[in-house]
Each structure stands twice: as structure tokens, then as C-alpha cells.
Design a protein around this ligand. Structure first.
Ligand SMILES: Nc1nc2c(ncn2[C@@H]2O[C@H](COP(=O)(O)OP(=O)(O)O)[C@@H](O)[C@H]2O)c(=O)[nH]1
Ligand SMILES: [Mg+2]
Length: 361
């Protein structure tokens, strides 16, 4: 049974060669396997080393992605490139137990998807701090509860899928963030995933790409998956930025009115400050991969953003009073006005202000 091992890499130059070596050892005499390395143009030139490995061993291929970054999309690209009947995904840093690779592949005899689990008998997280253990457990419970997944470790980065099953669900994937397995499990439901325990090891060389932002990203992915993508993570971010703007407006109003300006001028200045802070927050967070960086783009973006928001405010006002005239209660009319104008603002900004192509971060 041919197997493709997918290794997503970003700055793993020191690990990738040893990983391939370790896989050769694990597969022994078997010839029916390959490695697909998907590298996002790592600054440490992991791709170069991977390509060198490929030059002497046709079982090793490297896709150096120049136009995109991101773990989940790298994994999906790797899985699409794999020619094996069974696809296995693992970190390229030795945190996943290479010795368990054959067991994970064999588990696909009985299931479409098999998960390497730290949280079942025989598994473990190794040398994690209490805080990281608590966080990981919390995220696991949250995803099981919200998405009603039965897997003991839906956040695992070590899993295997039958290729035909992957191709069946692939069109429904929306690969972003970190936790592609969670998304696959949602799509595979109600099929029960097979599980193989393993103990998480410390990273061998290099550093983790996991940052504090991953926690927020996790929450957003959960909301997205739970609503079947009706609530996109980007829209939630946009709405959160909108709420932050309200706080900024109140705070600036408080500061300016009491200390410097007349109430009328303070209101205008506070609205302006909130609009500017919303634009900057959306630019660096909501639309981070399309971020404006040059002064010219920033000014143009801010102008478009302000025009769209201005129209949005007008739409908001018109809808609210139209509904009030129809006899709706004011708070309800306001809520509808806010929702509809937010949608207007969001989609126009998505199409016009931040219409650019994704750039590597
Ligand atoms: N291609 C690609 N690989 C990534 C990216 N982020 C992380 N990786 C790789 O994915 C694996 C897991 O990332 P890692 O930093 O070890 O996360 P951690 O295990 O949660 O600390 C490693 O092999 C990384 O090199 C990315 O944006 N693109
Ligand atoms: Mg890792």
C-alpha cells in the first residue's frame, strides 16, 4: 500500500534531512513510499536542502511555495501532491513519533482517517508546562463540545487519511490557521476516526512557529466550523475591530472633550480617531495577508475605507428610520441597521479596500 508522507516545513533546515533519514530507517526494505515536503520559501533555505535530497532520491519531492504561507494550506497542498493511496501528515521537527508511522498507516485498513493521539492510553505530551497542558486540554474539550467531535485529540498534527477519502472532502476544505485535522474530522463525520497513541517529543532543532495568536485563531476556527463557514473568521475579526472602534471613540471623546475641545469638535475628532484605528486594525489583523504597507497604498486604502464607511453610516441611518416608520421598535430597527450596514461595509472593504492578492508574510 503506497504511502505519501507529507512534511510541512518552515525553517526546518536542520531537521528535514534527519527526518528523511529516519523515515528511510522506519520503512526499511519497503519501496512503496514517498516524502512530500511543502516549504513556504523558508528564509533558512530548507527548500534548498530538500531539493538536494530529492536530487539523489526520487522518493523525496519538495514543493517550494513562493506565493503563500500557512500551515493548513501547506498540508492540503502536500496532500494534493501525494500520489500514495495513504497520506500521512506529520511535523518535520521530530515531535511526532516516527516509530508510530507504520501503525498510523495500518490503522487506515479499517477507517478513512486515523489520528495520532496524545490523549489516549499509551499517549502523552512529554515535557510540556502545566499551562500548555491546560491550554491544549481546554482547546480539545472546546472543539469536542462545540463541533461534537468524538476524537480524543482533534488538535493533533499527526494523522493519516486515505487519499480517495481526502479527495472526496477536499472541495469542502477552507484551509487556514493551524488545525486542519479539526476541519477534516468535521467533514468526515459521522465516520469514526481510528486512533493510535503516541508521546509528543520535544522539538529536535529550530523553534516553534506557534505563537500567542494561535489561541485567537483557534477560537475563530471553532466559530467558523461550528457555523459551517456562515460566520467566517475574517468577518468575526472585522466585527471585533468594529467593537474596538466603539471603545476608541468613547475613550477619545472622554479625553478630548474634557481637556481640549468643544463637544462638537470633540465628537468629530473622536469619530475620526475611531475610523483611523479601525482602518489600521483591519489592515494589520483582519486583512493581514493583504496588508497595505507603502504610504501610497495606506492613504488610498484609508480613503476607500472612509468612503465605504461613510456610505455605510448613511445606509444604517436610512434603514433604521425606514423601519421605525414601518412601526418597528427603535432598538430592533437599530440592530437591523447595524447588521445590514456592517455587511455592506465588510463586503465592500473586502472587494475594494483590500482587494489585493495575498502576499507572503
Ligand atoms: N509550509 C509551512 N510549514 C509550517 C508553517 N508553520 C509551521 N510549519 C511547519 O509545521 C510543523 C509544525 O509547526 P511547529 O512550529 O512545530 O508547531 P508546534 O509543533 O505547534 O510548535 C513544523 O514542521 C513547521 O516547520 C507554515 O506557515 N508553512
Ligand atoms: Mg512542532
Amino acid at each position: 500500500m503506497y504511502a505519501s508522507i507529507i512534511l510541512p516545513t518552515y525553517n526546518e533546515r536542520e531537521n528535514v534531512g534527519q527526518m528523511v533519514e529516519a523515515l528511510r530507517r522506519v520503512f526499511g526494505d519497503r519501496q512503496d513510499w514517498e516524502v512530500v515536503i511543502v516549504d513556504d520559501d523558508s528564509p533558512d533555505r530548507t527548500w534548498e536542502h530538500a531539493q538536494e535530497l530529492g536530487a539523489t532520491d526520487p522518493r523525496v519531492r519538495c514543493y517550494r511555495r513562493l506565493d503563500r504561507r500557512g500551515l493548513s494550506s501547506a498540508i492540503v497542498d502536500g496532500m494534493s501532491l501525494g500520489v500514495g493511496e495513504r497520506l500521512l501528515v506529520m511535523d518535520a521537527d521530530f515531535q511526532h513519533d516516527i516509530e508510530r508511522v507504520p501503525a498510523l498507516l495500518a490503522a487506515l485498513d479499517a477507517a478513512d482517517i486515523a489520528v495520532g493521539s496524545r490523549y489516549r492510553e499509551g499517549g502523552g505530551v512529554g515535557e510540556w508546562s502545566a499551562a500548555r497542558i491546560a491550554m491544549s486540554k481546554l482547546a480539545t474539550y472546546a472543539s469536542r463540545l462545540v463541533l461534537r467531535l468524538r476524537s480524543s485529540d482533534p488538535m493533533s498534527g499527526f494523522f493519516a487519511v486515505r487519499r480517495e477519502a481526502f479527495l472526496r472532502v477536499a472541495p469542502g476544505l477552507n484551509p487556514r490557521g493551524y488545525k486542519i485535522l479539526m476541519e477534516l474530522l468535521v467533514l468526515f463525520r459521522p465516520q469514526q476516526a481510528a486512533e493510535v497513541s503516541y508521546v509528543f517529543a520535544p522539538r529536535r532543532a529550530g523553534t516553534s512557529k506557534l505563537s500567542g495568536g494561535v489561541i485567537i485563531d483557534f477560537g475563530l476556527s471553532l466559530a467558523e466550523l461550528a457555523t459551517r463557514n456562515i460566520l467566517s473568521a475574517r468577518f468575526i475579526k472585522y466585527a471585533l475591530v468594529g467593537i474596538s472602534g466603539v471603545v476608541v471613540q468613547y475613550a477619545s471623546m472622554f479625553l478630548l472633550w474634557s481637556h481640549f475641545l468643544t463637544p462638537e469638535r470633540a465628537t468629530l475628532a473622536a469619530i475620526g480617531t475611531a475610523a483611523l484605528s479601525n482602518y489600521l486594525a483591519n489592515n494589520s489583523w483582519t486583512f493581514s495577508e493583504r496588508r497595505h504597507t507603502r504610504l501610497r497604498d495606506l492613504l488610498k486604502g484609508l480613503f476607500t475605507f472612509l468612503v465605504i464607511s461613510g456610505c455605510g453610516a448613511f445606509i444604517n441611518q436610512s434603514i433604521t428610520w425606514y423601519l421605525v416608520h414601518l412601526g418597528l421598535l427603535l432598538p430592533l430597527a437599530m440592530a437591523i441597521g447595524i447588521v445590514l450596514s456592517s455587511l455592506w461595509n465588510y463586503f465592500l472593504n473586502l472587494d475594494l479596500t483590500w482587494s489585493g492578492h495575498a502576499r507572503p508574510e
